[in-house]
Design a binder for this molecule. Structure first.
Ligand SMILES: C[S@@+](CC[C@H](N)C(=O)[O-])C[C@H]1O[C@@H](n2cnc3c(N)ncnc32)[C@H](O)[C@@H]1O
Length: 207
């Protein structure tokens, strides 16, 4: 018999929508958050009473739908790829979550952030080389209990390894630069976790 705690940690997705979206993503090589990463995000949402979320990088809408199914949150999510945006629209509609998930079809670096409402949580999950820019652009939207979570920081633990491919090496250098930048960023307490593909959690300081 398996240990009850193990059961909790392995907490597999049971929601049919999420299972089929994950299968679609895997079959079509759409990168989406890992299950452990998602569980971690959902814990943060619950523990910090998060009500509003801004997500950078929608893809097919998987993470937005998963967060909205788990908690009573409102999510604005930004996607620049038309095919992804169209699929996310359909998936959100099919999940009856149109009243709680707004999808913006835009490059997140070109959005006028002053037109957006304040949010409790910003989840950065788009072009990894741009993470510093996303952070700096959108941090102004954080409420007092604000948190910024960034995904894919350790990039499957490749950051510390010797990598031959030039493009990948450049990307890893940028991810490494973000890691170093974010831990010393003033005004936040930042922790980097080896969860999923690696996640940073920056909690806005109240002092
Ligand atoms: C890792 S996927 C997002 C996965 C999604 N958050 C999930 O877990 O289900 C990254 C997405 O970000 C989008 N993206 C990358 N750079 C972007 C930008 N500057 N503005 C908006 N979307 C961007 C890509 O098109 C891609 O669909």
């Amino acid at each position: 018999m398996s240990h009850p705690y193990l059961k909790k940690i392995n907490n597999k997705e049971t929601n049919q929508t999420l299972v089929s979206l994950r299968m679609f993503a895997e079959q079509n090589k759409v990168p989406i958050i890992t299950e452990t990463g998602l569980n971690f995000l959902n814990q943060i949402i619950k523990l910090r009473n998060i009500e509003t979320i801004l997500e950078i990088g929608t893809a097919i809408g998987y993470s937005s739908i998963a967060m909205a199914l788990k908690a009573d949150v409102h999510i604005t999510t930004i996607e620049r790829d038309k095919k992804m945006f169209d699929m996310a629209k359909i998936n959100v509609h099919n999940s009856n979550l149109e009243d709680r998930i707004d999808i913006l079809f835009m490059d997140a670096l070109e959005v006028d952030e002053t037109t957006l409402d304040k949010v409790d949580l910003i989840f950065i999950d788009a072009a990894k080389a741009q993470s510093i820019k996303f952070f700096e652009k959108y941090e102004t939207l954080l409420t007092d209990k604000g948190i910024i979570v960034t995904d894919n920081l350790l990039f499957h633990n490749l950051v510390d390894q010797e990598v031959k491919d030039r493009n990948l090496r450049q990307l890893l250098t940028k991810i490494d630069r973000f890691n170093k930048w974010v831990v010393q960023k003033q005004g936040y307490d930042t922790y980097i976790y080896d969860i999923g593909d690696g996640m940073s959690v920056s909690i806005k300081r109240s002092d």
